[in-house]
Design a protein around this ligand. Structure first.
Ligand SMILES: Nc1ncnc2c1ncn2[C@@H]1O[C@H](COP(=O)(O)OP(=O)(O)OP(=O)(O)O)[C@@H](O)[C@H]1O
Length: 243
């Protein structure tokens, strides 16, 4: 076991954000956390890395645990010119070879001299991934790392994560809204809504009543959206034709 939590609870003021959460990640395993907005996913990751203190319960870390954390997004001062190479040596220096290898593993080989501000959203996420890999992590924690990427970019990113897991043997715990995309790439899914609603292999979780009641769209929802789009398209075309 690399890391686990026992009856982990976090309160902010009077609000209980996490309620007696038990999770565990084994070596080499990919675990995906899904849950609605505000369900405590980021808080859980922040508690695991020690940035948030639990109100009760505990986090148990193996002695050799090394975490590489890829945040949801990064705020960089736009007026500050900085190359990728410089960014990757802050706050800790790394050898040229280590940086070359981390960028290659993250799928952005040769980007050392590029300005961070000039990177596309997908490239920046990969540079953040490279920065996490420089720690030679036994556990990669990804907090909605594909936010803002299109479908292709998201699929490619998760493929890269899978390849990294196979190459380095690290475990991965990630927060994702894209269960359908990560399905094939995750060993286990934990569905969080303050407490753990359900967990298991992706096929089981996606069919469970708890998951469906949180995320399920019934035919009316889907057809409603479709009909709406269709009718607006029709009206739009009508007005174009009329003009
Ligand atoms: N430092 C904080 N102080 C007070 N409340 C906080 C703090 N951090 C998070 N919260 C609250 O805790 C709740 C859970 O937030 P969290 O970011 O963990 O949810 P999430 O599941 O990651 O959401 P999302 O999917 O929208 O990113 C939210 O209501 C949020 O406002």
């Amino acid at each position: 076991m690399l890391i686990s939590s026992q009856a982990l609870s976090v309160k902010f003021g009077h609000n209980t954000i996490l309620d007696r959460v038990n999770i565990s990640v084994s070596r080499g395993e990919i675990v995906t956390i899904v849950g609605p907005n505000g369900s405590g996913k980021s808080t859980l990751l922040k508690t695991l890395i020690g940035a948030v203190s639990p109100t009760s319960g505990q986090v148990i870390r193996s002695a050799d645990l090394k975490i590489g954390y890829v945040p949801q997004r990064l705020h960089i001062d736009e007026t500050l010119p900085m190359t990728v190479n410089r960014f990757l040596t802050l706050p800790q220096r790394h050898s040229k070879e280590a940086i070359r290898q981390a960028l290659a593993r993250a799928g952005v080989a040769g980007m050392e001299k590029q300005q961070v501000m000039s990177l596309s959203g997908g490239q920046l996420q990969r540079v953040l991934l490279a920065r996490a890999l420089l720690e030679e992590p036994s556990l990669l924690l990804l907090d909605e790392a594909t936010q803002g990427l299109d479908q292709r970019g998201t699929v490619d990113f998760y493929q890269q994560i899978d390849a990294i897991r196979q190459e380095t043997g690290c475990a991965v715990m990630m927060v994702s809204h894209d269960l359908h995309v990560v399905m094939r790439r995750t060993d286990r899914v934990i569905c969080l809504n303050g407490h753990i609603c359900c967990e298991g292999v992706p096929e089981t979780v996606s069919q469970s009543p708890e998951y469906k009641s949180l995320f399920g769209l019934d035919d009316d929802d889907v057809l409603g959206v479709y009909r709406h789009q269709d009718s607006s398209h029709y009206i739009h075309r009508g007005s174009l034709n009329a003009g």
